[in-house]
Design a protein around this ligand. Structure first.
Ligand SMILES: C[S@@+](CC[C@H](N)C(=O)[O-])C[C@H]1O[C@@H](n2cnc3c(N)ncnc32)[C@H](O)[C@@H]1O
Length: 430
């Protein structure tokens, strides 16, 4: 599998950290509305963040940079040597003898990528709801979830399948939130004991969500923010507000889960790009609009364009900073995985769902047949493993390049006691 192992070879980025001076200048330049006192407090917090970055940088980047192989599942009537443990070890591919219907041609060029993203979200939700139920058996059927930046409600069905009791949905975009509501009402009509739900418009990075809950004293078991947390990294204040919103009504032992762009991977591709400011393929383009050497910790702005779906400004999430911010609000890092790592770790557990939701494109290959360049990895795989006349499940190279731009992460809310001034003192494991 020469191609697969060379493809998107990971490297560690953020070799130069923002110095405190740079961070300070960046803040002065961009957020001059801060009064001096506020600035001083925030600057001290950021200094503290920056001081601890080197240490955290090592562990986080190490855990994020291992595997970027394209997923290749071998489908149908295959009884050949590529499924032996040895060859599996050699190729590092998730070979599963699962059967799906031969791929149908779909409307969107990124149909399978979108399905894969949904599968990843689903697996993350299932994983953490299961954990919560294991650790808090009393939560049973009374599980409460907050979905920040819910969009059009693409995850409603996922929660319905997990038998949660209550869902709070909020988003900054009215049209999306209305669609989410409609979807919920349709769902509630179609199932007998659907969870209850509330919806409200808000900017999760500026408003205090708790003030808008019907029952602000009720604690959530799970908070989810999918493909959206990065918007708050425009500024320290916004990111801080977002994380505070995620944490403040979360029960101790509850989880905050998110999917975000992987800043290390973005910076690696940027460094390898011809102009040092943009990269992409036929389906997506990412163009930096702010400094890149190094990017500021907050406000590292880029334009992300994705085939017929997205065209918007986003901000790099410096992961060690996110971890620090979360700790400030009593959230301890539980998991961080690149999408490819998470795919690999979960594909066995989520095999049925992977098949049912058509996450992978089915490609049929005959000996000596030529297939299009976007699927040449399958040809290489079949040649190396001498396994032709089979259906393979995979993603096209350009789609996989997009999928591997992201990571999943999860944080656990810690217990706390209170100091004399009633500030929480969190009990982190380490
Ligand atoms: C890429 S969509 C993801 C939607 C949904 N979470 C999903 O996974 O399908 C990003 C969503 O975040 C919302 N959003 C962005 N910034 C926000 C903010 N500050 N507060 C609330 N919602 C926000 C957008 O309106 C959009 O619906």
């Amino acid at each position: 599998m020469h191609f697969l192992t060379n493809f998107l070879r990971p490297k560690i980025v953020f070799t130069k950290l923002c110095t405190p001076k740079l961070v300070k200048q960046e803040i002065i330049k961009k957020y001059d509305f801060l009064n001096r006192v506020n600035f001083h407090i925030n600057y001290l917090i950021i200094l503290e963040l920056v001081n601890s970055l080197s240490q955290q940088k090592k562990s986080i980047t190490n855990s994020l940079t291992s595997c970027h192989e394209l997923p290749t599942s071998c489908f149908a009537n295959v009884e050949t040597k590529e499924t032996t443990p040895e060859s599996r070890e050699h190729s590092k591919l998730p070979l599963q003898k699962i059967i799906i219907k031969p791929g149908k041609r779909n409307q969107s060029k990124i149909y399978h990528l979108r399905n894969l993203n949904n599968w990843i979200k689903n697996m993350l939700i299932i994983e953490y709801i299961t954990k919560i139920r294991e650790h808090h058996p009393s939560s049973g059927d009374s599980l409460r979830v907050l979905e920040m930046c819910c969009g059009k409600g693409g995850d409603l069905l996922k929660y319905s399948k997990q038998n949660i009791a209550h869902l709070i949905c909020t988003d900054i975009a009215e049209i999306s939130l209305n669609q989410c509501k409609k979807r919920y009402y349709r769902l509630a009509q179609s199932c007998q004991s659907c969870f209850s739900a509330e919806f409200f418009l808000s900017d999760c990075s500026r408003d205090r969500l708790r003030a808008q809950y019907k029952s602000p004293w009720l604690e959530h078991h799970l908070v989810s923010c999918q493909f959206a947390l990065h918007f708050s990294f425009e500024s320290y204040q916004q990111a801080d507000c977002m994380i505070r919103n995620a944490s403040e009504c979360l029960q101790s032992g509850g989880f905050f889960i998110a999917t975000i762009p992987n800043a290390n991977e973005i910076m690696r591709r940027l460094r390898e790009s011809s102009d040092g400011r943009s990269f992409g393929n036929e389906y997506y383009n990412l163009q930096f609009l702010s400094d890149t050497q190094p990017p500021p910790i907050f406000g590292a702005k880029y334009l992300f364009q994705l085939e017929g779906v997205v065209d918007c400004l986003e901000f790099l999430v410096h992961f060690p900073t996110l971890v620090k911010l979360c700790r400030k609000h009593g959230l301890q890092l539980d998991k961080v995985n690149s999408f490819s790592e998470y795919f690999e770790a979960s594909s066995k557990r989520g095999e049925n769902l992977l098949r049912k939701t058509e996450c992978l494109q089915t490609v049929y290959i005959e000996k000596d047949s030529k297939i299009e360049e976007n699927f040449s990895h399958i040809e290489n795989f079949a040649n190396e493993n001498q396994c032709w006349s089979n259906n393979y499940g995979t993603l096209s190279k350009p789609e996989w390049e997009i999928a591997t731009l992201y990571l999943v992460c999860a944080f656990r809310k810690c217990d706390n006691t209170w100091d004399d001034e009633l500030n929480p003192i969190y009990n982190f494991d380490s």
